[in-house]
Design a binder for this molecule. Structure first.
Ligand code: SF4
Ligand code: SF4
Length: 362
């Protein structure tokens, strides 16, 4: 978790401390809540991130949402998911303030206010959103936010912590960018769109932000900016999908989509193997591995085991990439496309053989 702290993956406790003070000044009684990612213990993250110290110093209660009693909320406007399971506790609050970090994300481009609401779900429910590929993940993020229409779990304020941002292959393995900026708003789509512009990213290029806007959940264009001008605080963040990586993600998406569509049919196993072996981008454990074994508990499909080293069982792996997202040392990468890798190796072998033959004749 030290890595997570250094990587600024979690919300800066100083920002939470300032919010606690502001809420108290306004006559409110703040409560801090968190639900950590799959495979991580919320209370341990609470302690190691420095949040515990702040809550104790300010005498503010902390709730581990993962250990609360859960309730099912239907999402009549949901397209990919029709209901979510969230902690009962959240219905006892008068107001909700959502405080994500300013980050790019290897699967969804960015992870800001809209995606932060995914964190309200119980652990198992979070996995469902990853089961059908990137497109469905984007749709599911927007589905969760459609509950805003009846206000049950609506954040009244989104405060994006840009004290430090994270660029590249976030949400854990990216690189830290010192920004010293806070982006806050009551319209989550507008706040996310503004945060994108601060990172030099086109908000229309982030599918869940564009879809949320198309589905009437907020604004991308007509935004009143108070405080600093965007151009005075903006920094160009490196983006996860660029160059050759775009192709890798496209194959990942295609493979996941086909496997998901065929799930439960007799064809599934056969097609799955074809895609896994020749086409599909897979997770791959790299030499950066520090043997912390975290990935064993992170993988929701028990596809990673550890004896002397971490090993992925590709027969069990469904390609959700939760391990890529969750490895604290960024040691699990999305492999290059096997068929292209094989083609490249073949071309190199032919060239080598050709050069050898020419040299042999000289
Ligand atoms: S791959 Fe990552 S999570 Fe798994 S053992 Fe190695 S460092 Fe730990
Ligand atoms: S090993 Fe496969 S199934 Fe397990 S988390 Fe990684 S991508 Fe998902």
């Amino acid at each position: 978790m030290d890595v997570v702290k250094k990587k600024r993956a979690c919300t800066n406790p100083i920002v939470i401390a300032a919010l606690i003070d502001l809420i108290k000044e306004a006559g409110g009684e703040p409560v801090v809540g968190e639900s950590s990612m799959i495979g991580c213990d919320t209370m341990s993250a609470y302690e190691k991130s420095g949040l515990k110290e702040i809550c104790e110093e300010k005498n503010v209660p902390f709730i581990d949402f993962n250990s609360c009693e859960m309730m099912h909320i239907s999402l009549p406007k949901g397209i990919f998911i029709k209901e979510i399971v969230v902690p009962k506790e959240i219905f006892t609050f008068d107001k909700i303030v959502s405080v994500p970090v300013l980050k790019t994300h290897l699967l969804t481009g960015v992870t800001l206010g809209l995606k932060n609401m995914k964190g309200m779900q119980s652990g198992d429910e979070k996995i469902k959103l990853h089961s059908a590929g990137i497109k469905e993940l984007h749709i599911g993020i927007v589905d969760i936010n459609t509950d805003f229409s009846n206000g049950k779990i609506r954040p009244d304020l989104v405060v994006i912590d840009g004290s430090y941002g994270q660029e590249g292959e976030g949400p854990i393995g990216g690189d830290v960018v010192k920004m010293d900026v806070i982006i806050a708003g009551t319209d989550v789509v507008a706040t996310d769109a503004t945060a994108c512009r601060v990172m030099g990213i086109n908000p229309y290029g982030i599918e869940h932000i564009k879809m949320a806007w198309e589905r009437g959940l907020g604004e991308i264009e007509n935004i009143q900016i108070l405080g600093e001008k965007i151009e005075d605080v903006a920094k160009k963040f490196s983006y996860p999908y660029h160059g050759f990586k775009k192709l890798k993600y496209a194959f990942y998406e295609l493979g996941t989509m086909i496997v998901f569509k065929l799930k439960g049919t007799t064809e599934e196993e056969r097609v799955y193997k074809i895609f896994t072996n020749i086409l599909r981008t897979k997770p791959k454990i790299t030499s950066k591995c520090k043997k912390c074994k975290k990935c064993v508990s992170i993988c929701p499909h028990q596809a990673i085991s550890f004896s002397n080293k971490a090993k992925i069982n590709y027969e069990k792996c469904v390609g959700c990439m939760i391990c890529v997202e969750g490895c604290p040392y960024h040691a699990i990468a999305m492999s290059s496309i096997p068929i292209l890798k094989a083609t490249k190796e073949m071309v190199i072998a032919i060239l080598r053989a050709g050069i050898k033959a020419i040299l042999g004749k000289l």
